[in-house]
Design a protein. Sequence first.
Length: 555
Amino acid sequence: MSKRQKRFEVLEKRAVNQDGFIKEWVDVGLVAMDSPNDPTPGIKIKDGKVIELDGKQQEDFDMIDTWIANHCVVASVAEEAMAVDSQKFARMLVDINVPRAEIVRLSVGMTPAKIVDVLRRMNVVELMMAMQKLRPRRTPANQAHVTNLKDTPSLLAADAAEAGYRGFAEIETTVGVGRYAPMNALSLLVGGQVGRPGILAQCAVEEALELTMGMRGLTHYAETVSVYGTDQVFVDGDDTPWSKAFLASAYASRGLKMRFTSGTGSEVQMGYAEKKSMLYLEIRCVMITKGCGVQGLQNGSISCIGVPGAVPSGIRAVLAENVATVLMDLEVASGNDQTFTHSPIRNTARMLMQFLPGTDFVFSGYSAVPNYDNMFAGSTHDVDDYDDMLVLQRDLQVDAGLRPVTEQDVIGVRNKAARALQAVFEELGLPAITDAEVEAATYAHGTRDMPDRNVPEDLQAIDQMMKRGTTGLDVVRALAKHGFEDVADSVLSMLKQKVSGDYLQTSAIIVDGFEVQSAVNDCNDYQGPGTGYRLDGVRWEVLKDIPQAISPESV
C-alpha cells in the first residue's frame, strides 16, 4: 500500500465519513429537486374545472392528480398564478414589499410542477427568507418527543412535565408495546399539564386507536396520518386521498387538532418514485393535505431523512418542502425529528435552516428524553443538548420556543407530575406507581435509572380501563380528589377546548391563560426589518438569563 497523507488519515476517521452518500440516480428517484422526468408546469381550466394538469389530460389523471385538480387547485386564480414567471414569483417570495397575503392568494392556484419550478430557483438563504415571511403563525414554537424504551408511566409523566416547563407547546409519544398506548397517553396528559397548562399532547399509534384516545379526552391532536406522492405507495398502505380526508373530518368533528405527515424520500424508500424528483412528489403530498382541509403538515423528510441526506442538495430540498407547505397556507411542523448523520456539525447545520427563520414548530420532535429512549428513532437533538440550544437562542437572538430553567424548579415539576399520575392510577384502579418509582422518575436521566414494572399486569389493566370507557373527565375527578386541583382544572380546560374548537384554527397553540394563539389572531406580518416577530422585551430578557451567565453583581 502506498504511503498515506496524514491529514487524509485523520479526515477519514471523522464522524461525517460514517454517513452514507450516493450520486444522483434518476431512475429510482434519488434526485432531490430537479429530475429530468418532472413534468413541465401547465394548466387548462374549462367551466371552472381543471382539465389538464402539468401536461397530463384529465382522462390520464391518476388518483392524486384527480384529487389535486378537484380539491386543491383554486381554479379562479389558477390561470393568473400559472402565468406569473417562475423567476419572478421566486423573487416575490423574498421581496419584503410583497405581502404574505398576495403570495398565498396566488400559490393556491399553482400546480405541483409550477411550485417545484419556483423553489428550485432559490438557494437556502432565500428559502429561509421565504419561510420567515410565509409561516402562518407570527410566533414560532416547538414540539417535543416524550417516549421511553420501557413505556414507564411515571418517567413519561415527569419528562412531559419538564418538556412543558422548558417551553414546548406540543408533546408527542409513541410506544414500544402497542397495548401501552392509552397508558402512555394518560401519562403525557397528566404530566404535560403540570409542566405547562395548555400544552397539546398526542400518542402516535394505529389510527383507529389514536382517534379513540382523542375522543376519550386522553389526547389533544394527531399528527402521524401519512400521505404519499405516488398512487402505488398509497395503495400499499390501503389508503387513498379520500380515505385520509374522511379520517381528517372524523378528528375535526370531535374537536381534535390534526396534521398530516409526509416527507421527501418516502416514495424512494418504498420503491415507487416514478423517476420523479423527491421534491415534486412531496409537493403532491402538500397539495393532498391542502385539499383535505387539514390545517397543517408535518414534513421535512421525517423518518426518511437518510434518503435526501444522501444525495446532492437533499437537505436544501427538505427546507424547500417546508416552504412549499407554508406556500399552501398550512401550518408546518418542520422536521428535525430524526437523526440522519453521525456528524454533530451536520446535525446542527440541518436544524439551523428552520431554527433561524422560525417555523410554526421548529422541531416536529425535539427529543425531550435521551435519544436511547426515543422510540421515534432518535432526534437531531435531545435532552443532553438543552444548554446548547439555549445558548444558540441567546447567541443569535432567535426564539425556538425554549426557556432557561433551574435545577430545583425542574425537580419540583417532575416530582409533582409523577405524584399526580400516581394519584390518578390509584383512583382509576391501575397498577400502583410506587413511591420508589416517583423518586426515581424525579431524578432520572432515562429508563436506565428506572425500576421495571410488571408488564402483563399493566397491559391487562389498560385493556380493562378502555373497556370501562374511561375518559378525561375521570382523570379530572381523580386529580381533584387527591389534591391536584390546579392540574385537574388544566385537564378540564383542555376538554373544553374540544367543544369550542378554537384550537382547530391553523397553527394553533395554547398559551398563558388558555388563550389560543393561531394564524387567525397572531398572523405572520413580516415585511422586512422591524416587522414580524421580534425577540425583544420580556421574552428576550428571559432568554438572555441563562443560569451559567455571570452577573455583574456577583463579581
